[in-house]
Ligand binder design. Structure first.
Ligand code: FE2
Length: 357
């Protein structure tokens, strides 16, 4: 994703320049700036197609403009580097590890809204208010409908030699896999997780490559029978009108929720944080509240195929059709704390070297 953002965001003092951008003025700011419309500046790692409908709904309801900078994980460092002059009000990102990293980078201020606290259960909020979860996703197993008769599975079983040469995944170092492996460290300890990772590596059909959807394509193409993937990609493939071949990939697959009869399936969240120096704090908090309320939580469900975090907001029919999610109740802070160890283990077993390493 190439960062796309009004050029004025590369400067330190954004408000006047932004106002000039909004009203189409360029060049020297000798023109008296009009009274600035309410606005919120968001930095996000989320895909535009997923997050823009939520901002559009907020703007339609409140009249407040949302300026968005799309980027990758370097956004944390960017906010750090911009310091007190950062135009960013909010950082919206995925993975509890990334949220923790932003908290540790000291770029946040506590979110103290009672509305937010009422909407999002306490286990999905940082204890100090540094971040608030907005949506949930599960890391499931995509299984070939044709070649995998069983309808249940455990993560443990992915290391069983019966799957030799049958499993596909993206790099072991991707945050989605690191989150899962970190949960494995929390549950099973370091030694057992290392053995397990080596067993999964031995079962790989190919060197880890591509994103989650590429693994679905691998199943469709007969290169593998099982793959690790996040739930929402299944919905995005099933409904992809722009690249209809992805519908065929999804048709080849059934979703298995690992450990649904035991400790539950590994889940992770997307979340938001309020920056330490948010220049539009009040409007930014209003946007956070909006994102945790019924309408936006329904959009997370219906547009993104994620699981809403506000109790009572249902998953979409498509998501519900895959079966019931029984989520692992391991605190997300335990996942975040074991990430570094999980990453070390991935390297120690040369997971990304593939099956012959
Ligand atoms: Fe994703």
């Amino acid at each position: 994703m190439t960062p796309s953002f009004p050029r004025s965001f590369t400067t330190g003092s954004a408000s006047l320049l932004l106002a000039s951008t909004i009203f189409g003025f360029t060049g020297a700011l000798t023109v008296p700036a009009p009274a600035a419309a309410a606005e919120v500046n968001v930095y996000t790692t989320r895909e535009p197609g997923l997050i823009q409908p939520l901002f559009d709904a907020f703007t339609a309801e409140t009249g407040t403009k949302v300026n968005v900078l799309f980027g990758k994980d370097e956004l944390i460092e960017r906010i750090q580097a911009e310091g007190a002059n950062s135009p960013a009000d909010l950082l919206i990102t995925v993975d509890v590890g990334t949220l923790k990293r932003a908290k540790d980078a000291d770029i946040t201020q506590p979110i103290t809204s009672e509305t937010v606290a009422a909407n999002i259960p306490v286990q999905y909020r940082d204890a100090d208010g540094a971040w608030v979860g907005l949506s949930q996703r599960a890391r499931v197993v995509y299984a070939s409908k044709d070649r995998v008769p069983q309808d249940t599975i455990t993560y443990e079983e992915l290391a069983d030699p019966k799957w030799r040469g049958k499993i596909c995944t993206r790099t072991g170092q991707h945050p989605y896999n690191i989150g899962l492996f970190a949960s494995q460290v929390a549950h099973e300890g370091e030694e057992k997780t290392k053995e397990w990772l080596a067993g999964v590596r031995d079962n790989l059909a190919r060197k880890p490559t591509g994103n989650d959807r590429a693994q679905a394509k691998g199943i469709f193409a007969g290169e593998c029978d099982l793959a690790l993937g996040n739930t929402y990609y299944m919905g995005l493939m099933q409904t992809n009108e722009q690249e209809p071949e992805q519908k065929d990939w999804a048709k080849a697959i059934k979703v298995l929720f690992p450990d649904s009869e035991g400790r539950g399936t590994h889940v992770n969240i997307s979340g938001v944080m309020l920056t330490k120096n948010a220049p539009n704090k009040d409007d930014a908090v209003e946007l956070i509240e909006f994102l945790t309320a019924d309408e936006a939580q329904s959009l997370y469900a219906e547009v993104n195929f994620e699981y809403p975090l506000k109790p009572g907001v249902p998953a979409s029919d498509i998501v519900a059709s895959w079966g019931e999610l029984k989520a692992d109740t391991l605190p997300l802070s335990d996942v975040a704390e074991n990430r570094a160890k999980a990453s070390e283990l991935v390297d120690e077993v040369n997971f990304d070297g593939g099956p012959s390493s």
